[in-house]
Design a protein around this ligand. Structure first.
Ligand SMILES: Cc1ncc(COP(=O)(O)O)c(C=O)c1O
Length: 385
């Protein structure tokens, strides 16, 4: 019987509550907490923090993240958020007035706003308006034109849980010479990705949702061609010292052999975040994303099958490849969602209220009995007329 929490040993304690809100924040596993404590001890007595740690600690995180998405550590750019990576691309790509970027109407603002900020450079933004939860490859293709340089979209939509098909959309983008940039923040850690086999040009993610890292973490992978096309002034002094001792710095040399290291967030060795995040990523990798995905999807199935459809509508894909780990439900009287959200909170169940709907997002540390507890309350509360 697979009702257990077997994947989530070593998470929590959750103060006796049920955390079904990974789409907002993924919790730290205990070994990550131990790593955060180690980072604190280094800073209490800084002799514990030798110079080599400033390279080795971020390099280890790059190795783990690279392993997770099928790429070399040197191709991972460390950031502090999703927004970091998208800004780097939006601000670094060489634009000409009249260039266009295609986005998805209904995507999360972090995927949209950095491109709108390019208007001053004459870059125009177009939107695809999906007829379903998320756009199909045909819908994307219809909205491309000869000036479209980029299509940027969330892999999993934060407001309806729909997942786009990276393969077919990527193929369309390749065929039309359009860079396909994916925001994987609501997917990576819960869905497997191999960038060697997927027709995308860049993927960004935060680390603090499905990757169970601390807040203030994120990364970017981009193809070497995209990276080499960037024109952005980034000359971080510590990156320039890479592979060299800190004993000699005043030759003010500009290096062009740094590859993606040139684009890491400043202070990429922020130990308090990097040490625990690395431990979280190791945990996920050791379990295997495929196994985590299967576990998460069992929980999603239980929720979808157990909810009383006479009382609730499900506002997310309920089957197939579009389905994700974000499930939106709404009372048939939509105005009751806010009160339901509050009642669940009082009963010790944490989910999100987003755009007026209830969002449930389970991950590896959740168990089927927790979904059952949620269902008991929802199905009872929702029908008490
Ligand atoms: C799709 C998506 N992207 C990004 C974010 C967060 O952006 P950032 O990492 O820049 O804070 C969220 C949620 O907070 C999200 O749902």
């Amino acid at each position: 019987v697979c009702s257990s929490r077997f994947l989530g040993n070593g998470f929590g304690p959750f103060d006796g509550r049920i955390w079904l809100n990974c789409a907002h924040q993924g919790p730290l596993p205990q070994e990550a907490v131990a790593e955060a404590e180690r980072a604190l001890r280094w800073k209490v007595a800084p002799h514990r923090m030798p110079d080599r740690h400033f390279e080795e600690v971020p390099d280890r995180l790059k190795r783990e993240l690279g392993g997770l998405i099928g790429t070399a550590p040197e191709e991972i750019v460390l950031g502090n958020s999703t927004s970091y990576g998208i800004h780097l691309l939006a601000n670094g790509m060489p634009w000409k007035p009249g260039d266009r970027v295609l986005l998805v109407d209904g995507d999360f603002p972090a995927t949209i706003l950095p491109w709108l900020g390019l208007a001053k450079q004459g870059v125009q933004v177009d939107f695809v308006h999906p007829s379903g939860f998320v756009p199909t490859a045909d819908e994307v293709e219809e909205r491309l034109n000869s000036r479209t340089r980029v299509f940027c979209a969330g892999w999993v939509n934060s407001f309806n849980g729909g997942a786009i098909d990276l393969e077919s959309i990527g193929d369309v983008c390749r065929k039309r010479g359009v860079q396909f940039i994916v925001n994987g923040s609501q997917a990576i850690g819960a869905r497997a990705l191999d960038v060697r086999r997927t027709p995308i040009d860049a993927v960004v993610s935060c680390g603090f949702k499905w990757l169970c890292g601390p807040y203030g973490t994120g990364f970017l992978w981009m193809s070497p061609q995209l990276r080499e096309s960037l024109e952005i002034n980034r000359v971080y002094w510590l990156a320039m010292q890479r592979g060299r001792s800190l004993n000699r710095m005043r030759d003010y040399e500009l290096r062009d052999d740094l590859g993606s290291y040139q684009y890491d967030v400043f202070c990429p060795a922020s130990f308090l975040n990097v040490l625990p995040w690395t431990a979280s990523v190791v945990r996920l990798a050791d379990l295997g994303i495929d196994r985590i995905e299967a576990h998460d999807q069992r929980l999603v199935s239980r929720l979808i099958e157990g909810i009383d459809r006479r009382i609730y509508r499900i506002l997310s894909p309920v089957s197939g490849a579009e389905r994700s780990t974000l499930v939106f439900v709404s009372h048939r009287e939509r105005t009751r969602n806010e009160e339901l959200h509050r009642q669940l909170g009082e009963a010790g169940i944490d989910i999100s209220l987003r755009e007026g709907n209830l969002r449930v997002s389970p991950h590896l540390y959740n168990a089927t009995d927790e979904i059952d507890t949620l269902l008991d309350i929802l199905n009872a509360v929702g029908s008490d007329d």
